[in-house]
Ligand binder design. Structure first.
Ligand code: FES
Length: 170
């Protein structure tokens, strides 16, 4: 063999460590990606990150007139650290008597759009697909399969509190 001629086997031999390095890098990147997906999924399946249920204060008793239905905002029961504004949610709070409150989730039971309270019509309306709910939260018309979800409400130290929890959405 002429020493001035290029050696095809030699070039392949020099390329081998680089190829092995790239193969191992690809395998490592794939494994890291799989772990990033698998760890939270397995944690969810094993119930390691159970959603919590907590009481959230939404205002003073005196803020709500008897007979009124008011939108109140509060934080999701189990916000993720990176949730930002998406951790904020709301409910429609009705003061039905001096001592009694009812809280309805704003989330439509069809696909979760926020419903609006129309005091003139005495109805909750969903803007997405025309779902309508009576004042007691039961379905009046449209696609929602269930009444609006209600939250337990209590009064503690002059504050109205809502027992927030994850909501079932169809
Ligand atoms: S999300 Fe409310 S009717 Fe569809």
């Amino acid at each position: 063999m002429n020493p001035d001629e290029p050696c095809p086997d030699c070039a392949a031999a020099e390329d081998l460590p680089r190829r092995r390095f790239l193969e191992r890098l690809s395998i490592a990147a794939g494994a890291i990606g799989a772990l990033l997906v698998a760890v939270p999924s397995i944690g969810f399946l094993l119930g390691l990150r159970r959603p919590t249920k907590v009481w959230r204060a939404v205002g003073n008793v005196g803020d709500f007139r008897v007979g009124s239905t008011t939108k109140v905002a509060f934080q999701d029961p189990s916000p993720l650290p990176w949730a930002g504004v998406t951790a904020n949610t709301a409910a429609w709070l009705r003061r039905s008597s001096e001592t009694e409150f009812i809280a309805f989730s704003v989330d439509c039971t069809h696909l979760g759009c926020p419903v609006r309270w129309l005091p003139g019509a005495n109805l909750f309306m969903c803007p997405c697909h025309g779902g309508v709910f009576y004042a007691d939260g039961t379905v009046a018309s449209g696609p929602p399969p269930r009444p609006l979800t209600r939250y337990p409400v209590r009064v503690m130290n002059g504050q109205v509190e809502i027992f927030t929890s994850p909501l079932p959405i169809t």
